[in-house]
Design a protein around this ligand. Structure first.
Ligand SMILES: Nc1ncnc2c1ncn2[C@@H]1O[C@H](COP(=O)(O)OP(=O)(O)O)[C@@H](O)[C@H]1O
Ligand SMILES: [Mg+2]
Length: 220
């Protein structure tokens, strides 16, 4: 990292500690649903939330995001280790710094595949190929792609990105990406592709819950 960049990151960390963290209120209501973000101080914006953490951006730092873990949610040291092993790769973010409950990451400018379905944005086949290639790269670095689902992958200028690698140290098998590819091939391409359908969040979340039950009963 260059010295200007390092200086920028130190300044960002000061903003996180002085402005963001004292006001921010995150709550993990259920372990299987995204955490709830109650209060975000201006001018920070929330870019998204997962089951462990929420991710924020500040307009003065357009190339970085801050991932803040909800109280009691583990995994931050694993995530730092995964980024250490990944090094630089165009389909992944990078970790610039970490604190007790936050990470400073490279911002990925894209839209999650989950949000593509919601907004009717066409998901191109190249995106799927790029993510496959990125996951092979992760395996070559001693990692185990895990939990690769629609909220954890993005499309950016027609290319695929993997936005969440936090479970890549888990060795237990996870078929989420294989299942997502099957759904892309057999449901998305023949139906959604032609009709440019938009799927309401309530239906997407229903599919997510149904998929979790399917995995629980058929594969556990
Ligand atoms: N580096 C990033 N750049 C831009 N947006 C991001 C980045 N990392 C995460 N996000 C957004 O925040 C959401 C939650 O982040 P994620 O890492 O998936 O959290 P969790 O580990 O809790 O699942 C993602 O779905 C995505 O919308
Ligand atoms: Mg996630």
């Amino acid at each position: 990292m260059g010295s200007v960049m390092q200086h920028n990151i130190l300044y960002l960390i000061a903003c996180i500690q002085q402005e963001l963290l004292p006001t921010l209120h995150l709550e993990s209501k259920e372990p299987h649903n995204p955490i709830v973000v109650h209060q975000v101080p201006l001018p920070w914006i929330c870019l998204g939330a997962g089951n462990y953490a929420a991710v924020f951006a500040h307009p003065d730092f357009p190339e970085q995001v801050v991932k803040v873990y909800a109280p009691g949610r583990p995994g931050i040291t694993d995530e730092v280790e995964v980024y250490r092993r990944l090094g630089h790769h165009p389909a992944f973010s990078e970790c610039y710094a970490s604190g007790a409950n936050f990470l400073v990451l490279k911002r990925l400018h894209g839209i999650t595949l989950y949000d593509c379905l919601h907004s009717g944005v066409l998901i191109l086949p190249q995106v799927i190929l790029d993510i496959d290639e990125a996951l092979d790269y992760a395996r070559s670095r001693g990692l185990f792609p895990h939990d690769v689902h629609g909220r954890n992958v993005m499309m950016s200028s027609g290319r695929g990105l993997v936005v969440d690698i936090s479970d890549f140290l888990h060795q237990s098998p996870c078929l989420a990406w294989q299942d997502l590819k099957l759904a892309y091939r057999w449901i998305y391409r023949p139906i959604f592709w032609h009709l440019c359908l938009r799927v309401p969040y309530i239906l997407l979340d229903g599919v997510r819950a149904g998929y979790r039950l399917f995995v629980y009963f058929s594969r556990s």
